[in-house]
Write a new protein. Structure first.
Length: 276
């Protein structure tokens, strides 16, 4: 309860939570408000927003309802962001925990692997993975998760290095606790708060990476995503700029919401801030 109180003391964190809940509500209610296929033709092409009550946000180059694509695109963005973050954090925590707890040659090997992944920029490595394995929604989601794990790994390693010599860990060793028990039950719960906070950054970056792929028409074209809509609007950007601007604002709001929620979680969970 104290963590919840600390979270709601921050106006920015509350704003982020409200915005995120709005995006989640859009994703959940998409099928209710727009039961038809969001990629089906709905009217004449390039109707401006609010010019026709049937299409509050207008239509795109092909005559598809932009509002429907925005609602369904919320599903895609949250799905990719959430699953990719789970993959990245899971891999990162496993690698960072082993490297930070054992040190020595295990740390050297795992950190060299981490550095090898960081040699190429995330987006370049993502392009390579998509080019090799295809651009289906599943492939893109897994690829985004794979390119995003090095930063959580380094953060987890740093936390383990600072915690493995603490008194409670030494006491656990004295009591005969196994390494697995020490890692999972003693050190990891104390190392997780900054990792959880950084997960918000990973999720925001994951959404941007998928949108960038879709803008380049390298993501799954069979789903209604915000990035696909931005890429479609590129062809008419000078005259019908709203086709790209509306999904761009949706991405901006979602990324901002995730970032603010992550910062709020940091204020609520960070033990260094609990006494303030």
């Amino acid at each position: 309860m104290d963590a919840v109180k600390r979270y709601f003391r921050s106006p920015a964190a509350v704003l982020g939570l409200i915005l995120l809940l709005i995006v989640v509500a859009m994703a959940v209610s998409a099928g209710y408000f727009y039961p038809r296929d969001p990629l089906a033709l709905a009217g004449r092409p390039l109707i401006w927003p609010f010019a026709n009550p049937r299409f509050l946000l207008g239509t795109d180059n092909s005559g598809r309802d932009i509002a429907a694509q925005i609602f369904y695109g919320a599903r895609i963005s949250l799905l990719i962001g959430g699953v990719a973050t789970l993959i990245a954090v899971t891999i990162g925590v496993m690698v960072g925990a082993l490297a930070g707890y054992y040190g020595g040659w295990i740390d050297n090997v795992l950190m060299r692997i981490t550095e090898a992944f960081q040699t190429l920029p995330n987006f370049v490595l993502l392009l390579v993975l998509v080019a090799v394995f295809g651009s289906t929604l599943t492939t893109v989601t897994v690829a985004v998760g794979i390119v995003s794990w090095p930063a959580p790994a380094r953060l987890t390693r740093a936390e383990f290095l600072s915690l493995r010599g603490r008194e409670f860990v030494q006491a656990g060793r004295t009591l005969g606790m196994r390494d697995t028990q020490l890692i999972l039950r003693e050190i990891l719960p104390n190392a997780l708060p900054p990792v959880i906070v950084y997960a918000g950054v990973v999720m925001a970056v994951a959404i941007l990476l998928e949108s960038a792929l879709a803008f380049l028409r390298l993501s799954d074209a069979n789903v209604a995503s915000w990035g696909n809509l931005i890429g479609l609007g590129r062809d008419v950007l000078r005259v019908q700029w709203y086709v790209s601007a509306i999904p761009g604002v949706a991405i901006l709001i979602t990324v901002l919401a995730v970032s603010l929620v992550g910062q709020g979680l940091n204020d609520a969970l960070n033990p260094r801030l609990k006494q303030r």
